[in-house]
Ligand binder design. Structure first.
Ligand SMILES: CC(=O)SCCNC(=O)CCNC(=O)[C@H](O)C(C)(C)COP(=O)(O)OP(=O)(O)OC[C@H]1O[C@@H](n2cnc3c(N)ncnc32)[C@H](O)[C@@H]1OP(=O)(O)O
Ligand SMILES: CC(C)C(=O)C(=O)O
Length: 557
């Protein structure tokens, strides 16, 4: 055998020069078919038990799936019994068609027809593998031998369907398994023979499912294969073209989207992409990709957390934190510039009255799928000033003035750097408390009396009180055109000088009889730098005075 990468045989693309699909757009939802209970289930360490399958089935029905592959009833007694329970207990709504999979083998087909007795709407899905590799290695047959397996299967299925109970409506699906590794001419040939054998017509269409059982090429080459079949299949109008992408190359979504552009009508996949090996295509991602392009996916993803809970409980699989749309972290921004832009996006949405979703970095409104806004911004050492301000505002109601964001942002960043960990909202509030609210020295306010007066149309404020400096109590007194000015003048008289008042912001932080005001004071220090102080009191004047002392104390720290 050749060494390393040289031992792999590259895919040979087909020569489709006049391809049409690159110019097409997806403008409507395909027919969806969930294969969670079959392809997903067969790939689980512990396949689902009866109760789990029934729970999962109900979830799929609630999400709006109208075609659901429920299993491979000829494979085992468990699979058979599960199907019987769904039918006998009347758990299948009239507008839902169940689908059952079977190999193109006589005894398995017969058993399958036994299993579907009494069901209202059924798709009997049969398959055999057609790729060059499977022909050579597994079946040891040429293409005619492979066609023979499929055609015999089709004839038997047609006969058994003709004998089935009149109350059972049966449709057919054929999959040339490993389509992606099959020469396109051979795919067309076998599908055409099957369509003939089964008697497909425009009014009695067969589903021709083109599985990328194992994906072997890039998505553009796969789209060429699908377009080739759509254009060359005789009696195309008697077929619904379906695809069934697997994610071996990490391209399940791209394969599905390109295949729809190339003419496919239907998609088989699973939620969160469970399935053999790297999984089937994830229908949630596909559907929500359409949704975010303004196309109704015709499936309900409005409570993605519930979908995730049922999925995890039934499959014992975990949804990855980065899974598109459903992952725990996908609506979370840690990095500063993202936080800043998301923050501004929310403000823009509020202020502009736009009809559209226009928030940078968030391709979907999290609330459309039942996700929350509050974990959108989380803080670690990659975060910026906007993130900390957002948490203070969203979680605790403090609207830090914009000029204060860099100062508090640096305090938060230093702590995140020191701990090397994510900081919770409470950690951030604790930092705010320690840094601004708990600082009481060297100066603290002991007594205060504020009197307002006016003369000749000019108003003035008189401050009189005392402050403590370490063990010393200093009586102070001063006048100004407002309380902050009067307090400053009082401080100057006892030698606390060199500070210049720069800005002042305030707002209420609680309502009713407990109402309090918070004041943010920005001062210029004697050395020229700027410093903020925060004061909270029920009286806004005292909150401001405490804010001034807080800023001075912090500058002396
Ligand atoms: C790509 C997919 O995911 S397809 C779905 C695959 N899912 C499953 O296989 C899950 C359920 N399967 C099973 O439980 C079993 O495989 C069964 C019950 C279907 C069949 O079991 P068995 O007959 O005991 O074994 P096995 O599957 O190994 O059969 C292999 C034989 O079937 C033939 N075969 C395999 N697939 C097909 C097919 N689609 N059509 C016709 N013959 C087939 C093989 O060539 C082989 O023939 P050989 O015995 O002459 O060599
Ligand atoms: C039976 C087919 C559709 C399949 O599961 C596959 O090829 O992956």
């Amino acid at each position: 055998m050749k060494a390393a990468f040289e031992k792999y045989i590259p895919f040979v693309p087909i020569n489709l020069k006049d391809r049409q699909w690159p110019d097409k757009a997806i403008d409507r939802a395909p027919i969806w078919c969930s294969v969670d209970l079959r392809d997903g289930n067969q790939a689980l360490v512990e396949p689902m038990n009866l109760q789990e399958k029934v729970t999962f089935f109900k979830l799929l029905v609630d999400m709006g799936f109208k075609e659901i592959e429920v299993g491979f009833p000829s494979a085992s007694e468990t699979e058979y019994e599960i199907l019987r329970t769904l039918i006998d207990q009347n758990l299948i709504p009239d507008d839902v068609t169940i689908q059952v999979l079977v190999q193109a083998r006589e005894h398995l087909i017969e058993k399958t027809f036994e299993a579907i007795r009494g069901a209202k709407n059924v798709i009997v899905h049969f398959y055999n593998s057609t790729s060059a590799l499977q022909r050579k290695v597994v079946f040891k047959k040429d293409m005619d031998g492979i066609i023979d397996i499929a055609v015999k299967g089709a004839r038997l299925i047609r006969q058994l369907a003709a004998k089935a109970d009149k109350g059972t409506s049966i449709r057919f699906e054929y999959s040339p398994e490993s389509f992606s590794g099959t020469e396109v001419e051979n795919s067309v040939k076998i599908c055409a023979k099957v369509m003939e054998a089964i008697g497909a017509t425009k009014d009695n269409k067969i589903i021709i499912n083109l599985p990328s059982t194992v994906q072997v090429s890039s998505s553009n080459h796969f789209a060429d294969q699908v377009e080739y079949v759509c254009r060359n299949l005789p009696n195309r109008e008697a077929a619904i073209i379906s695809i069934h992408p697997h994610n071996d190359r990490g391209t399940g979504i791209a394969d599905a989207e390109f295949a729809l552009m190339a003419g496919a009508d239907r998609i088989e996949g699973t939620i969160f992409g469970n399935g053999e090996r790297t999984g089937n295509v994830d229908i949630i991602t596909l559907g929500l990709n359409m949704y975010t392009q303004g196309v109704d996916p015709r499936l309900d993803f409005s409570d993605i957390n519930h979908i995730k809970e049922v999925y995890e409980a039934c499959t014992k699989m975990k949804v990855h934190e980065r899974q598109p749309y459903g992952g725990e972290l996908v609506f979370t921004a840690f990095s500063g510039s993202h936080q800043d832009a998301i923050n501004k996006g929310f403000e823009y949405m509020k202020d502009s009255g736009t009809e559209y979703w226009e928030v940078p970095y968030l391709p979907i409104d999290p609330s459309d799928i039942g996700r929350q806004y509050d974990p959108v911004i989380r803080i670690n050492s990659q975060s910026g000033k906007g993130g900390a301000a957002f948490i203070m505002q969203q979680n605790f109601g403090y609207n830090l003035p914009k000029a204060m964001h860099p100062e508090f942002g640096n305090i938060v960043k230093a702590e995140a750097d020191r701990t090397g960990k994510e900081l919770s909202a409470q950690d951030i509030m604790d930092l705010f408390n320690d840094e601004y609210l708990k600082i009481t020295g060297p100066f603290s306010l002991r007594r205060h009396k504020i009197e307002e007066g006016g003369q000749n149309g000019n108003s003035f404020v008189h401050f009189e009180g005392s402050i403590r400096k370490s063990d010393e109590e200093l009586n102070i007194e001063g006048e100004g055109n407002g309380p902050i000015d009067a307090f400053f003048n009082a401080l100057n008289k006892v030698g606390i000088e060199g500070y210049e008042f720069i800005s002042y912001h305030e707002h209420a932080i609680s309502t009713g009889s407990n109402a309090k005001a918070v004041a943010y004071i920005e001062l210029k220090r004697p050395d020229g730098g700027h410093v903020f102080g925060v004061g909270i009191e029920s009286n806004i004047n005292i909150a401001s005075i405490k804010g001034v002392l807080c800023a001075i104390n912090r500058s002396l720290k």
